[in-house]
Design a protein around this ligand. Structure first.
Ligand SMILES: [Fe+2]
Ligand SMILES: [Fe+2]
Length: 344
């Protein structure tokens, strides 16, 4: 099943997938937990004419018998009113712990719900990065994502199937968060606290883009010098936005500020030499480059994974970069990646 709940329209210039006329939006049955009270109405779709009818009113407890009956009737998708989208996500966020540890839900479904919920939260963050509640909630999301990545055997496959390869800052943020955590594990970092610090940094690494003029950020043609200068400010802007936030671990700010630094000191914003770049920033950098190359952008089509790896190979010059890159190839699958690299 594809990504269900589309993004809300945004003022950032990124295209919304949900048209304002859609009065109802689909949700997954698995995102509704047994014995919980919902504060949104549930609707069912008439398969013949597509009309929605009220199935359960808000404030009623959803129970196993309801799920069973729906499944008996082959219903795995329900609908909610568009007006209830924020309430729905608040509900899903507060029950993510139950979802990710539920053995009856298949990994692909967990990955999809995590992904959709994270994207909604990132959307809120980028709309209003100064609002502490948005950041607080994103930290909880990272916790659940890491639990899923660590405990689910098919986490990577499920996520790769779920990830959107149409670029938006929202999907990109979540892709980079998940890829960075998996890459760090490959690289031998398995301390959960460090993975969490990294996941937060990965999720928020481009938060500074919320303050960049969308006309420049989404420009289709080549950028002039002044526009490049503006774009290059996003890591420092992101750092400034987040540094005063009490709950963000200080080390999570390294990937935010330094994910565009390069080992030879030619990166931005600080032009740091490799020994001064936190390894967590280097890990986010590799995931960031990969995701940027392999997703469709307004000005270019996505490159296939093998081409991305070839482009990256030229970027990864220092010993540290090469080691991380090697682990990235292993992460994607040594056999597949090797074939990709050798054949080109
Ligand atoms: Fe960036
Ligand atoms: Fe990025």
């Amino acid at each position: 099943m594809k990504r269900l709940l589309p993004l809300l329209p945004s003022s950032s210039g990124e295209s919304p997938a949900l048209s304002p006329e859609d009065k109802y939006v689909p949700i997954r049955l698995d995102s509704v937990q047994n014995n919980t009270e919902l504060d949104f109405d549930l609707y069912l779709e008439n398969s013949k004419n597509g009309r929605k009818r009220l199935y359960r009113s808000r404030d009623l407890v959803f129970q196993d018998k309801h799920r069973e009956r729906l499944l008996e009737n082959n219903v795995s998708v329900l609908f909610i009113s568009r007006d209830d989208v924020d309430k729905y996500y608040a509900y899903v966020e507060s029950h993510l712990g139950t979802l990710v540890s539920n053995p009856d839900v298949v990994p692909k479904e967990k990955a999809s719900i995590l992904y959709e919920t994270s994207i909604h939260r990132i959307h809120q963050i980028l709309e209003d990065p100064e609002r502490p509640e948005n950041i607080d909630r994103s930290l909880v999301l990272v916790d659940h994502t890491i639990y899923f990545l660590i405990n689910e055997e098919r986490a990577l496959e499920s996520l790769l199937e779920t990830m959107s390869f149409d670029y938006s800052t929202y999907t990109h943020s979540m892709n980079v968060c998940a890829l960075s955590v998996l890459l760090a594990q490959r690289h031998g970092i398995d301390d959960q606290e460090t993975l969490k610090v990294l996941g937060i940094g990965g999720l928020l690494h481009d938060v500074g883009k919320s303050k960049i003029n969308p006309d420049v950020l989404f420009k289709k043609g080549p950028l002039n010098n002044d526009e490049w200068k503006l774009i290059k400010e996003h890591p420092a802007i992101g750092y400034d936005l987040l540094k005063a936030h009490e709950l963000i671990p200080k080390r999570s700010l390294s990937p935010v500020r330094h994910h565009h630094e390069r080992s030879d000191g030619s990166g931005y914003p600080d032009g740091l030499p490799e020994e001064s770049i936190d390894i967590l920033a280097s890990i986010v950098r590799v995931s960031d480059i990969f995701d940027a190359i392999t997703t469709n952008r307004c000005y270019k089509k996505a490159a296939p994974a093998f081409e991305a790896l070839n482009i990256m190979k030229d970027e990864m010059k220092s010993k540290r970069d090469k080691e991380i890159f090697q682990d990235f190839i292993m992460l994607l699958g040594p056999k597949r990646s090797k074939e990709m690299l050798l054949s080109h």
